[in-house]
Design a binder for this molecule. Structure first.
Ligand SMILES: *Cc1c(COP(=O)(O)O)cnc(C)c1O
Length: 193
């Protein structure tokens, strides 16, 4: 079964704590600033918590992201990869990376095109980044199925051990495609404002 990332963006720590106390391990956020405020202290106290950055990451925030997160799901350029490497060296910390693929080739979404994945992965591997898999957000109007099968195929071709697919509305389909992480917000915490 996949590991569940509880995506807690916008929710206060008071609503997240019951899951932490229950022993849930993986949490996701999409904004660096918000994450620093919410998680710095609690992560100090709970070393087993794994924090995942699932949102777009600007290079000027890579420093803070490397400092706080255990996984980044949104690497989509060599520029960002280089910045992460620099910070990892400075901070003597190594985190796990997903390459975000813009699987529906939507202009408003970040991520690289499927055709450019091999090149970026090759370059990142030279940099000694710990890339664990691919991540995508399929188009909202779906069906996710076709997109998931394409990315799964590419993930296998590149021999990655992890895969980051599926949100509240399509996690069942993601599990069918053998994802190793699902990213669930609404179905755990309720609707966001
Ligand atoms: C918010 C978010 C999720 C969770 O979405 P839900 O539909 O609330 O489950 C998953 N992945 C990313 C990248 C997100 O930004």
């Amino acid at each position: 079964m996949p590991k569940i990332i509880a995506v807690s963006k916008t929710f206060p720590m008071s609503e997240i704590l019951p899951l932490i106390n229950y022993g849930h391990k993986h949490f996701g956020e999409n904004k660096v600033q918000e994450s620093i405020k919410k998680w710095t202290e609690i992560k100090e106290k709970n070393k087993n918590i794994m924090l995942h950055m699932v949102g777009r990451l600007q290079t000027n925030k890579a420093k803070y992201a490397v400092g706080l997160f255990d996984y980044i799901h949104s690497v989509d350029s060599l520029k960002l990869a280089n910045k992460i490497i620099d910070e990892q060296i400075k901070q003597s910390k190594k985190i796990k990376i997903f390459i975000q693929v813009n699987i529906g080739q939507e202009i408003q979404k970040s991520g690289i095109h499927l055709n450019d994945v091999n090149k970026l992965v090759e370059d990142c591997r030279k940099l000694n980044l710990d890339i664990v898999g691919l991540m995508c957000l399929p188009p909202l109007n779906g069906p996710s199925k076709n997109y998931f099968s394409k990315i799964k195929e590419k993930n296998d071709e590149l021999k990655f051990r992890e895969l980051s697919l599926g949100m509240s509305n399509d996690y069942v389909e993601a599990i069918v495609h053998k994802t190793t992480f699902i990213r669930i917000g609404t179905k755990i915490f309720g609707e966001r404002n």
